[in-house]
Design a protein around this ligand. Structure first.
Ligand SMILES: NC(=O)c1ccc[n+]([C@@H]2O[C@H](COP(=O)([O-])OP(=O)(O)OC[C@H]3O[C@@H](n4cnc5c(N)ncnc54)[C@H](OP(=O)(O)O)[C@@H]3O)[C@@H](O)[C@H]2O)c1
Length: 402
């Protein structure tokens, strides 16, 4: 029998330490939680940094390369939250143990080829035993996935379906070394697979319309719906795949977003010089993508960019923010609009809030969560429950119909 509600795995890492601080401040009294990772010494530092007494929170040592230690750790909890990434390097034994032992799981991966490998290996079994393996609970892909979920719910309340969802991002934030390592690793091992717009929706019935409208955005353009210049968004190769997985899973459950539903997302540029910024931003993204695909340049980037364990300063994380404009097109042509907004660095402050509230939802709100297990997305695993939690935690999420 598990004696813990939640284990924070990878708790000594840059993001992991922030999850410890979040739980120290926000975990409800009585929640039984512990921190875990491969190094007791580093976990002791993380615990002390969060001003937690040694007897307040237990430390569990489990190296992801040692399946026995992972199994022993996972067997002790009802929910496992993981920030130990790159997930393609450290995550598979954890997911494997969670599925075998029926323990719910939430992470912040954005490594789509690895997610696909987890779907292929574990979705059927997790669905059969009701275990929720919830990937992408960070900035990738909570705003995209829950924003679209809210638009679809609004369209249904208006008596129609959602034909299209678009999310337009503006943000100010930094990069963690762990994120850089994950991006480099993904390009190194499976860069080509990332180009498939439906990578995370294996077996889904995809119409010609969906295929034609789901090609990755590659050019800047003026967008009449938001009256702004827009271009490709850096995280779109992750978020678009995740939202399309949500759409496919909802369709399987007999509650589709809409007929021929399509999702796209964009970077939005503000004046002055918004057209020039959109052109420059598009060229820059193309250059980053090409560099990541070239092994020699990847090596140069690895030397120049932040290393695992590092990230932006506390001041810079506090200065960060993001805002998403949501636009939905209902099947009857009506427009829906919304916004999601949060203060604090998207890849750290927002990510930690999204992930921790997702894990708390899994641990505490079981009866209200959508039924069913599998390798799931935030919208399909947590739906309205996590929307409510995030709103209560200060994330602004609004949607209205035309
Ligand atoms: N979705 C988002 O928006 C978002 C935002 C931020 C980060 N992320 C992702 O989160 C992950 C972590 O990022 P980060 O910046 O926190 O990285 P980090 O500081 O390098 O942390 C990585 C963690 O993994 C642990 N680890 C390494 N090898 C291990 C092993 N063999 N067994 C168990 N644990 C091991 C490290 O332990 P030690 O401390 O002992 O070295 C560390 O705690 C990355 O994959 C990143 O892409 C996603």
């Amino acid at each position: 029998m598990p004696d813990l509600d939640v284990i924070l795995y990878g708790a000594a890492g840059f993001t992991g330490r922030q999850t410890v601080a979040y739980f120290a401040e926000h975990a409800p009294i009585g929640l039984r939680w512990a921190i875990a990772g491969r190094s007791r010494a580093r976990l002791e530092i993380a615990r002390a940094e969060a001003k937690l007494a040694p007897d307040a929170v237990e430390i569990i040592v489990a190296d992801s390369a040692d399946q026995q230690s992972v199994d022993a750790m996972v067997a002790r909890t009802r929910v496992l939250l993981s920030t130990a990434g790159p997930f393609a390097r450290y995550g598979s034994p954890i997911v494997d143990a969670c599925v075998r032992l029926g323990v719910h799981y939430a992470d912040i991966t954005g490594e789509t080829p690895w997610i696909r490998a987890m779907i292929d290996a574990h979705h059927a079994r997790a669905a059969a035993n009701g275990t929720k393996i919830v990937v992408c609970c960070g900035f990738d892909s909570v705003p995209a996935d829950l924003g679209t979920f809210l638009l679809a719910r609004r369209a249904h309340a208006m008596g129609t379906g959602l034909a299209e969802s678009r999310v337009y991002y503006q943000l100010n934030g930094g990069f963690n070394g762990g994120t850089v390592a994950s991006a480099l690793g993904t390009y190194e091992s499976a860069g080509a697979r990332m180009g498939d717009p439906f990578l995370l929706a294996p077996g889904a019935a995809i119409s010609e319309v969906q295929r034609a409208k789901s090609r990755d955005v590659r050019e800047p353009r003026h967008d009449a719906d938001v009256d702004a210049w827009v271009g490709p968004f850096l995280m779109a190769p992750v978020n678009t795949r995740v939202v399309r997985r949500s759409a496919a899973l909802f369709a399987e459950r007999g509650a589709p977003y809409g007929r021929d539903f399509v999702y796209q997302e964009f970077q939005k540029y503000s004046p002055p010089f918004s057209q020039a910024k959109a052109i420059g931003g598009t060229l820059l993204l193309g250059l980053v993508d090409a560099s990541l695909r070239a092994p020699a340049l990847r090596g140069v980037l690895a030397r120049l960019l932040p290393k695992p364990g590092s990230g932006p300063s506390a001041e810079s994380m506090n200065r960060g923010w993001f805002r998403c404009d949501l636009v939905g097109v209902a099947e009857d042509g009506r427009r829906l609009r919304g916004t999601i907004h949060h203060r604090g660095d998207p890849g750290n402050r927002a990510t930690v809030r999204f992930l921790c509230e997702s894990a708390l939802a899994l641990a505490l709100d079981g009866d209200s969560l959508p039924a069913g297990g599998g390798v799931l997305t935030p919208a399909t695993a947590l739906g309205e429950v996590v929307v409510r939690r995030l709103r209560d935690a200060g994330v602004e999420m609004k949607v209205e119909g035309a």
